[in-house]
Design a protein. Structure first.
Length: 101
């Protein structure tokens, strides 16, 4: 664990890995806009139906990368193909930049 986030690998199969990130800061739309360069961002506005619900998001890049989580939560999941693990380092650097700002 570092000062910014904790990583727990929750799945490791032949083609991909899935990590759970627990962040030191709540996820906001600023982070989502930073990550939008990595794929198609889809936000589910559940809060418009119920004031107690939180909005969820999914960012997807074909069969290479998928990031899911809840806005105003502090956990999200990255599923990434083992052929493109260098993307994880770039995303983790985006997280550090976002948390420091």
């Amino acid at each position: 664990m570092n000062n910014y986030f904790e990583i727990k690998q929750i799945k490791n199969c032949r083609r991909f890995i899935r990590n759970c990130y627990t962040l030191s800061k709540l996820i906001d739309k600023k982070l989502l806009h930073q990550l939008e360069d990595y794929g198609y961002l889809e936000i589910q506005n559940f809060s418009s139906f119920s004031p107690l619900a939180k909005d969820s998001f999914k960012l997807k890049l074909e069969d290479i990368l998928e990031i899911t989580g809840v806005i105003e939560g502090n956990q999200f999941f990255i599923t990434i193909a083992k052929t493109d693990l260098s993307l994880v380092e770039k995303i983790e650097q985006e997280l550090v930049n976002w948390i420091e700002s």
